[in-house]
Design a protein around this ligand. Structure first.
Ligand SMILES: Cc1cc2nc3c(=O)[nH]c(=O)nc-3n(C[C@H](O)[C@H](O)[C@H](O)COP(=O)(O)OP(=O)(O)OC[C@H]3O[C@@H](n4cnc5c(N)ncnc54)[C@H](O)[C@@H]3O)c2cc1C
Length: 300
C-alpha cells in the first residue's frame, strides 16, 4: 500500500514527490508520456528563480535526478481511472495501485492548429505563453492566433516588446472585455485580420520565418519569427470520470491549499482552477498538495 500516488511527472507532481519523499512517505509517480511534463518542449526558460537561463529539458532532468537521489519511483504508465474509498485505487494501463492518498498533477494540454511542422516548432518559434517567451521576440514581428481574452492579453503584452503584432482571428469579431478590445484596436503596431486562419507555417532551414494565412478574399504571407497560439487549453482529467468537482472548463476545483472535495485527494499544477499557469505556480501547488497530503496521512 502506498501513502501517496502522484498522477503526472510534471513540475507540480515532481515537486510534490520531493516533499513527500523527504518525509519518508511511500510514493509512486505515474507518468504517461514525458518525465518533466510540458516544460520539456521549451528550448529556454528564463523566468524560474535561481536559473538565469536553462532549457526545459535540463530543468526536467535536474528534477528527475533529485527524485531518483531521494529514492523515488517513477513508472511510465497511463492512469485510466481512480476508485475512491478508505483504500483508494489508481488503475493504469498496466497495474492497480492501492494508496491512502492521491495527488492529481496531470496538467493541461495547449490546443494547437494541427498543421505540418507544428510539433517540432513548439518551443522554437511557436509559443503559448507571452510571459515566458515574449522577450525572445523583442523588436521582431510576431503573430497571435485567437480571438478572445487570452489572445487579446497576449497582444497587449507583445505590442510593448515587438515591432509588429498581427492578430489572426477566425471569426468576424473579437470576443472579450470591451476595454481590452478597445485597447488592442488602438495600438498602432497591431493589425487584426478577421475571418482569417493560419494555413501553413513557413520554414527556412528549419527556422520559422512566416505563416501563410487565408481569408475569404485571399491568401497571403506574414513574415513573422514567432507565433503565439492562444486558442485554449484543456485539462487532462478524463481518468477522473466525474469523481471530483471541476469548473465549467474542467479545471479541478481547489483553493491554494490544493485540497479537493474528496477526502485524501489533492490537486496541483496546471490542472487546478487558477489564474496563472507557470512553473513557479506549479511547484507552489506541488508543495501545498504534498504538505496537506502528509497532514492527512497523520489522521488516517
Ligand atoms: C513550449 C512551452 C514553454 C513554456 N515555457 C515556460 C516558461 O518559460 N516559464 C514558465 O514558468 N512556464 C512555461 N511553460 C508552462 C509550464 O510548462 C507549465 O506551467 C508547467 O509545466 C505545469 O506543470 P504541471 O506539472 O502542472 O503540468 P504538466 O507540465 O502539464 O505535467 C503534467 C504531466 O502529467 C502527465 N499526465 C497527464 N495525464 C496523465 C495520465 N492519465 N496518466 C499519467 N500521466 C498523465 C502528462 O503527460 C504530463 O507529463 C511553458 C509551456 C510550454 C508548452
Amino acid at each position: 500500500m502506498y501513502d501517496i500516488v502522484i498522477v503526472g511527472a510534471g513540475p507540480a507532481g515532481l515537486t510534490a514527490a520531493i516533499y513527500a519523499l523527504r518525509e519518508e512517505k511511500k510514493v509512486v509517480i505515474l507518468e504517461k508520456e514525458t518525465i518533466g511534463g510540458k516544460i520539456t518542449s521549451s528550448s529556454k526558460v528564463e523566468n524560474y528563480p535561481g536559473f538565469k537561463s536553462i532549457s526545459g529539458m535540463d530543468f526536467a532532468n535536474n528534477l528527475y535526478e533529485q527524485i531518483i537521489d531521494l529514492g523515488g519511483e517513477i513508472n511510465i504508465e497511463e492512469v485510466l481511472s481512480i476508485e475512491n474509498g478508505k483504500v483508494k485505487k489508481v488503475i493504469t494501463d498496466e497495474n492497480t495501485y492501492e494508496t491512502k492518498s492521491i495527488i492529481i498533477a496531470s496538467g493541461s494540454k495547449y490546443k494547437t492548429l494541427n498543421l505540418d511542422n507544428e510539433e517540432e516548432l513548439i518551443g522554437n518559434g511557436i509559443s503559448f505563453c507571452t510571459v515566458c517567451d515574449g522577450s525572445f521576440y523583442k523588436n521582431k514581428d510576431v503573430c497571435v492566433v485567437g480571438g478572445a481574452n487570452s489572445a487579446l492579453n497576449s497582444v497587449l503584452y507583445l505590442s510593448k516588446l515587438c515591432n509588429k503584432v498581427y492578430l489572426v482571428v477566425r471569426g468576424p469579431k473579437l470576443k472579450g472585455d470591451k476595454k481590452v478590445i478597445d485597447n488592442v484596436l488602438s495600438l498602432s503596431n497591431v493589425e487584426v485580420l478577421y475571418n482569417t486562419t493560419v494555413n501553413k507555417y513557413i520554414l527556412d532551414n528549419d527556422e520559422l520565418v512566416g505563416v501563410e494565412v487565408k481569408s475569404n478574399e485571399c491568401e497571403k504571407r506574414l513574415d513573422v519569427e514567432g507565433v503565439f497560439l492562444a486558442i485554449g487549453q484543456s485539462p487532462e482529467i478524463d481518468y477522473l470520470n466525474d469523481l471530483i468537482k471541476v469548473d465549467e472548463n474542467n479545471y479541478v476545483l481547489a483553493s491554494e491549499d490544493c485540497i479537493t472535495n474528496i477526502d485524501g485527494i489533492f490537486v496541483a499544477g496546471d490542472v487546478r482552477k487558477k489564474e496563472v499557469r507557470q512553473l513557479t505556480t506549479a511547484v507552489s501547488d506541488g508543495t501545498n498538495a504534498a504538505i496537506n497530503a502528509i497532514n492527512y496521512l497523520k489522521e488516517v
